[in-house]
Ligand binder design. Structure first.
Ligand code: ZN
Length: 90
């Protein structure tokens, strides 16, 4: 009698609980890996990379990655904004 209950209910229940905890740990292992990977490419380009160049119009230092550039007499000049670039060439 007891072994019949064990076979019919407890074993499937144990298998179910085991599978559920297995899936949970699997998701827990996947989530921390996927979240920072998705967040980093958005944060890094704005902060890192490039060389700082001085905007000759307003004196602000700008990254060569994000700066507005104009070629003046063969030299590449960096500006913080299109407005500064317009003022410089004017
Ligand atoms: Zn500027």
């Amino acid at each position: 009698m007891f072994s019949a209950i064990l076979r019919e209910f407890l074993l499937p229940l144990l298998v179910f609980l085991l599978l559920r905890s297995l899936l949970r740990s699997l998701f827990a292992a996947l989530r921390p890996a996927s979240r920072p990977a998705a967040a980093h490419p958005l944060q890094q380009p704005a902060q890192s990379g490039g060389v700082l160049k001085k905007d000759p119009v307003c004196g602000t230092y700008v990254s060569t990655n994000t700066a507005v550039t104009r070629t003046v007499d063969g030299d590449l000049v960096y500006f913080c904004s299109p407005e500064c670039a317009e003022k410089f060439s004017a």
